[in-house]
Design a protein around this ligand. Sequence first.
Ligand SMILES: [Zn+2]
Length: 180
Amino acid sequence: MSRNQRLRLRKVVESRTEASRHLRSPGDAVLVDRGVPRWLLISCPCGCGEELPINLDSRAGKAWRLYRNPKWGLSLFPSVWRDTDCRSHFIIWRNEILLFGRNEDDFDDSSFGEESMPTAETVLAQIPTTGMISFSDIAEALDAVPWDVLRVCRKLVRSGNAYEGRGKERGSFGRKSQGQ
Ligand SMILES: [Zn+2]
């Protein structure tokens, strides 16, 4: 991970055309909400000046999920990855923009705070003893922010209670039985 930036939610508007004038510097964001959240528009955190429209409405195709917490701010899942131009790749977690390098494996969860995470016990209870489950499925089941769950899962790996898949299975976790 190269560097982190703050996400600044400038405005909540009803129409996408109103959004642009509120996006002035990298990391500025505008939420388009018409009863349900439709779009999150972000001024690309890399500084290229591009406006990134992030679809939040699953009826309109591939959608991201926005988590709004009055205390912690905005989190977004999954990551945003531009496959053209600047190729920016980042996640939004608690109003922070965590920029990736070229590789998803650069994801460094050490920058995450400990507060208000689901407990290790709660997460472990979702991990099966046979087979694996992805952290996003655990998050869905717990109604938690996936990035929070991923961090707890990796902690369970470090404490020897779980293992993480490799390659394409990365991000999926299985439970380690005692003495294994
Ligand atoms: Zn960019």
